[in-house]
Ligand binder design. Structure first.
Ligand SMILES: Cc1ncc(COP(=O)(O)O)c(C=O)c1O
Length: 301
């Protein structure tokens, strides 16, 4: 099928929500891709920071194939080995305490925001749910992460947006202090802003923000959806900033193209997100049936 035919079909059947280049990519190997008409390109986009292993990586493809043949999906009502393996590797390589998995960067950031609000609610009660983010940031395209994103261009059309976000210029402590208040529970930022123009934050500024967060018991939330998984030379960018964030989000490069992401919490935040018991979801009221599932948590509900 020629590019023109493919483009016509795309315009007929796909919502035209993205501006695209006039190129249809057919396949790739390493850092090279070929379009449907056989033209070769060196790809510097890497799926916008997603394809951490390049295209057509044999190990990546075999791992997906083997896992799909073994257990394609299991709900989060049960334990599963690969889940634990990834979580343990991430914790051991970062010094973080535990992990919550999600499907995308935006969803991971929502998890991070929820964790911060719950941490604050558990400790201080209502009225402390505001998260400060930076101007020119980008945190995702859900209604909440659009509100978190510090760019006016993303705050259109989809009203009402989630409340509880204030924005300050990057690398400017006075700006941050000027939007602070008693209702704040966290500061969320990328250490190198991606979407808003490649802007690395000053180390000194980041240290000052970390200090202020510690003093006021605000959580320091680092969005590593774009910078994580080797994109800045270390596994995560925060490891070059000599800080210990409270929560770090990741996605994109973690799975090289599969929809996957999550957040890592430090010791202080490791116990904030707790379960409703599986019986709730299964609507099984009886303890006897619950025990049949080797359930250990019912009594604690
Ligand atoms: C810093 C940052 N956070 C969050 C996101 C949203 O990630 P996703 O597109 O996986 O939802 C992006 C996407 O570009 C990003 O760059």
């Amino acid at each position: 099928m020629s590019f023109t035919q493919l483009k016509e079909r795309d315009h007929s059947y796909v919502m035209q929500s993205y501006g695209r280049f006039d190129v249809a990519i057919d396949h790739g190997k390493g850092a090279t891709v070929w379009d449907v008409e056989g033209k070769e390109y060196i790809d510097f986009t890497s799926g916008i920071g997603v394809c951490s292993l390049g295209y057509g990586d044999e190990g990546w493809a075999s791992a997906i194939y083997e896992q799909a043949r073994t257990l394609g999906h299991i709900s989060n009502l049960f334990y599963s080995r690969p889940y634990v393996d990834v979580a343990e590797t991430l914790c051991k390589r970062t010094g973080m305490s535990n992990v919550f998995f999600a499907n995308s960067g935006a969803e991971s950031n929502e998890g991070m925001i929820k964790l911060a609000r719950k941490y604050s609610f558990d400790k201080y009660g209502k009225g402390r749910g505001t998260v400060i983010t930076l101007n020119k940031s980008f945190h995702g395209r859900t209604i909440t992460t659009l509100a978190a994103t510090g760019q006016d261009v993303f705050h259109n059309y989809f009203f009402p947006f989630t409340e509880g976000f204030r924005h300050a210029d990057a690398n400017d402590m006075d700006a941050l202090e000027s939007v602070a208040g008693h209702d704040v529970c966290a500061v969320m930022m990328e250490l190198v802003q991606g979407e808003g123009g490649v802007l690395p934050l000053d180390k000194e500024y980041v240290h000052k923000v970390a200090k202020l967060c510690a003093e006021r018991d605000w959580l320091l939330l680092i969005d590593e959806v774009q910078t994580g998984v080797g994109r800045t030379g270390s596994l995560f960018a925060f490891q070059q900033y000599d800080i210990q964030p409270d929560v770090v989000s990741f996605a994109k490069g973690i799975a090289g193209g599969l929809p996957f992401g999550g957040i890592m919490a430090n010791e202080k935040c490791a116990g904030v997100l707790i379960p409703r018991h599986p019986c709730h979801y299964l609507r099984w009221q009886s303890r006897r049936r619950c025990r049949g599932l080797r359930c250990t948590g019912h009594a604690e509900r």
